[in-house]
Write a new protein. Sequence first.
Length: 258
Amino acid sequence: MHDESFGDLLRSWRQRRRVSQLDLAIEAEVSARHISFLETGRARPSREMVMKLAEELDVPLRHRNRLLVAAGFAPVFRERDVAGPEMDVVRQALDKILAGHEPYPAVVVDVAWNLVAANQAAAMFMDGVPDHLLKDPVNIMRLSLHPEAMGGRLLNLAEVRAHLLPRLRRQAEVTGDGRLTELHDEIAGYRYPGIELNVAVVPSPADILLPFRIRHGDRVLSMFTTIATFGTPVDVTASELAIETFWPNDEETMAFFR
């Protein structure tokens, strides 16, 4: 981190967000010349300017710390262990959401889709999954599409894959997290004999959401998901947590869980 140039990092995030120097200057209420000087190293930013530019570019908290360090300042956003005592309030909120969503599945994941917590109903996703996919950290995105896990039980695998892979790629671009790029490339390389993967999702007029249609024993369960995050995090760990809740998409699935 100490060898990184603030100007290079700023330019990288500005280009990642597809924002011109002029547009960023207008939002940050400075001149385009000043933005240019910051990117070339001819000017040094104040700590307040680093924070303002990072806010305008919607830089994740982890990378705001990198910008601060590169500019010669101490990082300001802490990264606490989710299991530590300082995170008691956060864990209590997560536990209430997970328990309150029973009898339907719910999971908490970090920015790389690694499993942080889950309710009891989510155990169904682990049924029949080989041990090598259940080693810590269990990755929910890998579990969803791996042919030896849920990927081998999804009846509409091609449609779900066509939705999840672009979302994972966009998340990698938005967050700048190399782990997501590696995960995307790994999953994109999975092979499913006999299944045509090169499909576009074309919803019918009756569709509202794209469901996950999962074979579970002699049943077919149909579910959709919602994802929630903390609204105003100032901690790196809290900012990277997401709660994915699964909901029944039909009466049969609802009856199964109840």
